[in-house]
Design a binder for this molecule. Structure first.
Ligand code: CMC
Length: 433
């Protein structure tokens, strides 16, 4: 017998279904509450609201667990490549050899950008933020790749239809756009890449290869990039993924939904934190390196300064991605022979915060963005591009959620509100105001 939860309101009892997840998470299904009791729930920031059922990613914020389709993030970051993880997230299983080969083939077939899109890129001012450009270009892709309406009313799944085409197109074109945005900022000619290389290798070639130079693969850079992309690939119902799902729920196309996701990721409380962390660490260094001074600022409620890269909406113990990235940051700096004082400042801040009741009582620990910028910097990626790299990593997650939402035929997203404005009043003519 399914369990019920009772709510007593106005001396009446309302029985609500209890929904159980595969990891024993419990949720109260309140969808009948409006009709039965004329009640809605209020939860600003959706801090305790489940918006959907999803079988893509599981995370336990208390225990610091993150799994994609059941596989631990530690296992995937150590053993998988980014395209395998993308396939896993989108389709639910790790690909076999022929599935992976087909995905690679289809991505390579679609790795072209219309010349007119290049003109749009060239129209942006050099000073424009790469996230704004990427969001716009992703949206502009629709004009060059019109997506037909996807019918889910057949038994063929979606593999042969436009959903699959849209997915491989995005996986093919977004890395080119990102590499181009980077090259243009550096004043380099645009590079179409070499599709005999692996997906991540090709991204590094497209971004970094200098004109008239042979591409020589740097394993340290490729491995670090692969790991970072995997660690960012999905994080269940975060701000940008929820945005992608809610935009897609109106039956907006995958490209339009992902473009909105890129905009949502941009903010410094979400993906933009990686740029903000590095700016903060540089500011501390330029100010003389007194971390204690900035700790005091972070704790001072009258000061808007926050310790960027600390705290998380769901991780209340540690962010498992941060643990992996911290080790990777050390390795990359060591392997590349870089001695960056910014890493020492980061380590001091972490040590001080982990010993400070302000941070420990609020369960504020380093998050994924705290150390990722240090690696990006070591890879010579400019800080304005950090969040773009996050977007590249998050792409498979956005696609997986958009596809899941469409395959489940989820209803259009449309929250309720508690209205707190004026009650009815009569119009006052201009003369009397
Ligand atoms: N520095 C100082 N105080 C903080 C910080 C911080 N980084 N984060 C939270 N607090 C305090 C906050 O002032 C509040 O204190 P009080 O209870 O006294 O009012 C308490 O901790 C709870 O904070 P909150 O803002 O209510 O928590 P939230 O769940 O709404 O926000 C967060 C989560 C990640 C937006 C927030 O911790 C933050 O702003 N962190 C810095 C930005 C950052 O690193 N963002 C990247 C998140 S990880 C990448 C991603 O997946 O998006």
């Amino acid at each position: 017998m399914s369990k019920k939860v009772s709510i007593n309101y106005n001396d009446q009892n309302f029985e609500l279904d209890l929904v159980k997840g595969s990891e024993n998470e419990n949720g109260i299904d309140i969808s009948s509450l409006r009709n039965s009791a004329n009640l809605i729930t209020l939860d600003p920031g959706f801090k305790n609201t489940g918006s959907c059922k999803s079988s893509i990613t599981f995370l336990d914020g208390e225990k610091g667990i993150l799994r994609y389709r059941g596989y631990s993030i530690e296992d995937l970051a150590k053993n998988a490549n980014f395209l395998e993880v993308a396939f896993l997230l989108i389709y639910g299983e790790l690909p076999n050899k022929s599935q992976l080969d087909k995905l690679i083939f289809d991505i390579n077939e679609n790795a072209i950008i219309d010349e007119d899109l290049k003109k749009i890129l060239e129209g942006f001012p050099k000073s424009a933020h790469p996230m704004g450009i990427l969001s716009s270009l992703t949206s502009a892709l629709i004009a060059f790749n019109p997506e037909k309406k996807i019918s889910l009313n057949n038994n063929n799944g979606d593999e042969n239809d436009y959903m699959y085409n849209s997915i491989v197109k995005l996986l093919a074109k977004i890395p080119i756009l990102i590499a181009w945005v980077h090259r243009r900022r550096k004043g380099l000619s645009l590079d179409y890449g070499d599709y005999s290389l692996g997906y991540v290798q090709n991204i590094t070639k497209m971004m970094f290869q200098l004109p008239n130079q042979e591409y020589s693969e740097n394993d340290i850079i490729v491995n670090a990039m692969n790991k970072l992309l995997i660690l960012h690939a999905d994080h269940e119902q975060n701000c940008s993924t929820s945005t992608v799902r809610i935009v897609g729920s109106s039956e907006a196309s995958l490209f339009a939904s992902v473009s909105a996701g890129i905009s949502a990721l941009w903010g410094r409380l979400h993906g933009g934190a990686n740029q903000a962390v590095l700016e903060m660490l540089e500011a501390i260094k330029n100010d003389g390196g007194d971390t204690k001074k900035f700790m005091l600022k972070a704790k001072d409620k009258s000061d808007p300064f926050r310790l960027m890269g600390f705290g998380h909406r769901v991780y209340k113990n540690f962010d498992p991605r941060a643990k992996i990235i911290k080790v990777a940051a050390h390795e990359v700096l060591k392997d590349l022979g870089i001695d960056d004082p910014i890493l020492d400042i980061a380590k001091s801040l972490e040590i001080e915060a982990l010993d400070d009741p302000y941070f420990t009582s609020r369960k504020l620990y380093p998050n994924v963005d705290f150390y990722s910028g240090i690696i990006y910097k070591a890879l010579k990626i400019p800080k304005e591009m950090f969040t773009v790299m996050f977007a590249l990593g998050r792409l498979p997650g956005w696609i997986a959620h958009w596809r899941e939402m469409r395959m489940n035929n989820d209803p259009i997203g449309r929250p309720r509100q508690i209205y707190t404005g004026e009650n009815h009043r009569d119009f006052i003519s201009l003369k009397k105001r």
